[in-house]
Design a protein around this ligand. Structure first.
Ligand code: ADP
Ligand code: ZN
Length: 601
């Protein structure tokens, strides 16, 4: 399973619960998965999809979310497709044909589509291995995102007997959880609940005095970091966005009063890193799967702790350090009360007022913010010091906290970002589909000089090595050559070698057998009908995986090897061309490449 994780997704380890959930699902059993935003829910159905013979159906509420996920899967070389109202008839026909011939591993569909009897009947003719229902809380009226379309999913479970159904949500409240199980008619489901702690988020509350200059400071700390600023009213968002633009920021307002096309475009520009700052009402939220939002700022008080947790949850989905900042004033409480007074149903009025009170308590209390949040959702939190809130980290409290000094090469990181944006534009996908920030940060930390070391980085799977590796490595090499920097060894992941062993197919084994017979490279190439360069590639790979394999008979003659070794030392890297430049024509690339294996070991 880990081998598949690295090969397709480029990750080394499972997050908590992922492996258990996957094993459970592969045993064809139902489950409900409760994990916070960014917890890694998608992988819980994507990996079983790859490991099962049939096709996995993924139900997802929003076309925009669906598109991003499908793009991300495809960039990893996984056969995923989507069927929804935005896909043209002809394209749907083609997708159906592919599904029928078993060429699609994951099919994303909207609940509306599943409501169509003929579509369901068609699905039933296929080998379906798993049904995943993302954002499952949408089926519950108790949730914050009830979608009537989700009700059509009630009959899905009995319609597909023998297929496991996996429901996933980030909703923390108990009532919604119970409702999901009931509505979806899950059969003896196992419930997986992960901690709702978001360790990479720092929570800060600050009095709302002189807020604008503080906000500007926060935003200036990292000039490229994506930020969402939540405001109470539509006009509030417009005014603040305008004020920020006058300070030179690329900021746009987003609220329910804008027409849907404007909203769609604004969202798209944000996801594509064209607009850095969104100033929004709570209308901005679902549909935002952007993994690298570094700042969520509440410029006005949220109306409940649920809202606050949900909104701050949009920061740092990729697990990198991110900040949640709340500006707090009593005046905002009054604004909320003004609307609460308008509520006609007294029970409802009281409920809303209580929610507001709890939010006030969060802001006023002098104990750990994280503890408050987790306790609010019924989770025990016992650590004395969360190391990530203004109470536990008093030094960051009074004014501006946004981030620990970056330990990676900022300049290279910016160049890598630009390359990422360019590739993303070419392919019409969001930049994070190419590589996430964490992958770029690792590139700007370890400076991989070749594809082998590039392949070790976080988020680099097999397909991305082929598709993007050469361009990124080239850029890194140019930078390191200019600045006279050296590659650093990334802590080696031992399991990776195991993964490689799996990937090594019969072709390597064949070459290995001939090596054991001590044949020359030319002879091996001849016998295998391959060129010597390919055989050399096999040798490098075999040598990396199995350093014990004796290649001594291929060792270049000692004076030549000494010269080559010296040349490698001089260049400071492992690339062939600078070495060839030093040594000249007398040494062939094949010889240098062969020698390199002995220089290393
Ligand atoms: P959720 O749907 O729970 O909000 P996602 O499935 O979008 O979360 O995952 C959040 C991020 O974490 C994504 O960028 C995803 O690729 C990444 N991720 C998921 N599982 C792992 C893992 N095992 N190792 C590293 N990163 C992971
Ligand atoms: Zn704390």
């Amino acid at each position: 399973m880990r081998a598949i994780l690295k090969k397709h997704f480029g990750y080394e380890e499972f997050r908590p619960l992922q492996a258990d959930i996957i094993t459970h699902v592969l045993a064809r059993r139902d489950a409900l998965v409760l994990m916070p935003t960014g917890g890694g829910k998608s992988l819980c159905f994507q990996l079983p999809a790859l490991m099962s013979a049939g096709m996995t159906i993924v139900v997802s509420p929003l076309i925009s979310l669906m598109k991003d996920q499908v793009d991300a899967l495809r960039a990893n070389g996984i056969a995923a497709a989507q069927i929804n109202s935005a896909v043209e008839g002809a394209a749907i026909g083609e997708i159906k044909r592919q599904a029928e011939s078993g060429r699609i591993k994951l099919l994303y569909v909207t609940p509306e589509r599943l409501a169509i009897p003929s579509f369901r009947a068609w699905l039933k003719t296929l080998a379906v291995s798993l049904i995943a229902i993302d954002e499952a809380h949408c089926i519950s009226e108790w949730g914050h995102d009830f979608r009537p379309d989700y009700r059509t999913l009630c009959t899905l479970r009995p319609y597909f007997p023998g297929v496991s159904v996996l429901a996933l949500t980030a909703t923390a409240t108990d009532r919604v959880r119970r409702d999901i199980i009931k509505q979806l008619r899950l059969s003896q489901p196992r419930i997986f609940v992960s901690s709702f702690n978001r360790p990479n988020l720092t929570y800060t509350v600050r009095p709302k005095r002189n807020a604008f200059p503080v906000l500007v400071d926060l935003l200036r700390q990292d000039p490229h970091a994506s930020a969402i600023i939540y405001c109470f009213s539509r006009t509030g968002t417009e005014k603040l966005a305008d004020k920020l633009r006058r300070q030179g920021f690329v900021a746009e307002a987003y609220h329910a009063g804008l027409d849907s096309e404007t909203r769609r475009q604004t969202q798209e520009r944000f996801i594509r890193d064209e607009t850095r700052i969104i100033v929004a009402t709570i209308a901005f939220g679902m549909g935002i799967d952007k993994p690298d939002v570094r700042l969520v700022i509440h410029y006005d008080l949220p109306k409940s702790v649920e809202n606050y947790y949900q909104e701050t949850g949009r920061a740092g989905r990729d697990g990198l350090p991110s900040q949640c900042f709340l500006f707090w004033s009593y005046g905002d409480v009054m604004k909320h009360r003004f609307f609460i007074r308008e509520i006609e149903n007294p029970a409802e009025q009281q409920r809303v007022e209580e929610k507001l009170q709890q939010m006030v308590q969060y802001c006023e209390q002098r104990s750990c913010r994280r503890q408050f949040l987790l306790n609010y959702f019924g989770e025990q939190w016992t650590a004395d010091d969360c190391r990530g809130c203004d109470i536990c980290l008093p030094s960051v409290a009074p004014d501006v906290a946004s981030m620990p000094a970056p330990t990676f090469d900022r300049e290279l990181f910016e160049q890598l970002r630009q390359l990422r944006t360019m590739l993303a534009d070419q392919r019409r996908v969001p930049p994070f589909v190419i590589f996430g920030d964490r992958s770029l940060q690792e590139m700007a930390t370890y400076y991989p000089q070749n594809l082998a070391s590039f392949a070790r980085l976080y988020g680099v799977g097999q397909r991305k090595i082929t598709d993007f590796g050469p361009q990124f490595v080239q850029l890194i090499r140019r930078h390191t050559a200019d600045k006279n920097l050296k590659e650093l060894a990334r802590p080696i992941w031992r399991e990776r070698e195991a993964a490689d062993t799996d990937i090594v197919s019969a072709t390597y084994e064949e070459t290995k057998t001939l090596v054991k017979q001590k044949l020359s490279i030319a002879e091996i190439a001849k016998r295998r009908g391959l060129v010597t360069g390919t055989i050399m590639g096999h040798l490098e790979k075999i040598h990396r995986i199995d350093p014990a394999l004796n290649l001594d008979y291929l060792r270049p003659e000692s004076t030549r090897l000494a010269k080559i070794t010296a040349a490698f030392k001089k260049t400071g890297g492992m690339s062939l061309s600078p070495v060839r430049e030093i040594l000249g024509e007398e040494y062939s690339y094949d010889e240098l490449r062969l020698a390199r294996m002995f220089v290393r070991s």
